[in-house]
Ligand binder design. Sequence first.
Ligand SMILES: *Cc1c(COP(=O)(O)O)cnc(C)c1O
Length: 230
Amino acid sequence: MPLIAQNLELIRKKMQSAADRAGRSVDEILLIAVSKRFPEEAVREAFRAGQTRFGENRVQEAEQKIPALADLPLEWHFIGHLQTNKVKKIIPLVHLIHGVDNPRLVAALQQEAEKRPGPVNILLQVNVGGEEQKSGVDESDFESLLSALSEAPNLSCRGLMTVPPYEDDPERVRPYFRRLRELGERYRSDFLAPEARLELSMGMSHDFHVAIEEGATMIRVGTSIFGERV
Ligand SMILES: *Cc1c(COP(=O)(O)O)cnc(C)c1O
């Protein structure tokens, strides 16, 4: 079996055991394969192994890769830091934008979304670790981000996303995942229809098992599928 297929199989097993430990159904957890800096062919190989959801973090790379793979029925996620001047380019390419973290970006997305049929799907990125220099809204500014969102009727906010501080021991990241879920549950009525599922995009290669135990509905895994990025 090709390496990418083997890696995917292992990850699916780990997802299953984490879901079992948490008493959850693995079907409610989506695996997003982060293909950034890997070529088109790596995506094709993952697709042959049954993977359909992929994530990219740079607009320029996404603009090349996504159209080149348009022959496959893939669902693309933008997981990187998005600049307001790139909004127009990324919207038509992806299903969900994970990293929305400031009112200016909300306004820019709304302005583009108005010109299109149907809503633009987003997640709000929260800097739950409170790290300086890190993307994501600080918790102290979260409510003002929500109020910007309330003036953006063409955006559909599905939930929250975070990139917690890096810790060698994934157990130490658990409180940050828990915090994101608490924020989501506390504020869900401000951005989500009552019947909708709250999405929590959290967990990467080395800590996704902990994220699943803490309620992740989307995990973003790159290295463990495709290998080390150069
Ligand atoms: C690169 C990236 C990932 C994947 O990280 P790995 O450690 O390679 O699994 C997940 N989320 C974001 C936002 C990323 O930029």
